[in-house]
Design a protein. Sequence first.
Length: 253
Amino acid sequence: MLLTADIGNTNITLGIYENGILLDCWRFKSEKDRLEDEYGIILSSIINHKGLENKINHAIVASVVLPLTETFEKAIKKYLGIPVMVLSHKINTGVKLNVENPKQVGADRIANAYAAYKTYGSPAVVIDFGTATTFDVLYKDEFIGGVIAPGLNISANALSSNTSLLPNIKIATPQNVIGRNTIDNMLSGIVIGHAALTEGIIARIEDELNMPVTTIATGGYSQIIKNYLKRPIDYFSPNLTLDGLSLLFGLNN
């Protein structure tokens, strides 16, 4: 069995794969100040609870939080006693990173790109609605670049922290474009505005490529955004990053 770990700025997502099939997954908050023993205890608790102790042979980690990369790697080795592969541009990434500086491509975007290429083909655009909203563009067997925009929660926090009268709000589904109170005004601007941004970016990518693309959405906010898109997303894949990690581990072994 294979343990996959996607370490993001907001959450850490774990998955257990057997023969390329996702058996189960879990999500908990990213805490940069946690020690390796704390993460090790969390990992051990999850795995023991599922009765999988001594059944997991390998692990692969994708991390965009540098302080946690080494901590998590050490926790896995110490508490699970298994080898760990850390995803980066240095391994076989499955698709060519045809960008100016491949080492700047986030590990999660590499995993997303390869999973999308293997599963859906290209040309394609992966939209990951997470802490940031990223658009990863695939053409033939290459990752050719993309777009990074503030995510929904970052947008909400920016509004409340940079104004005197706007409150902190929880991301929810607005009922109308025209809000009748402050919170509904904010939700409309953040959520429906983000949907319009998504449609516009995809349309401009297609114009730049001079061809239509397949769209794949993932990330925690994808299910909220999809309700406001005039152009439907072709595929929703909530575990795309974990799937990419499993596929890349197989490719490199």
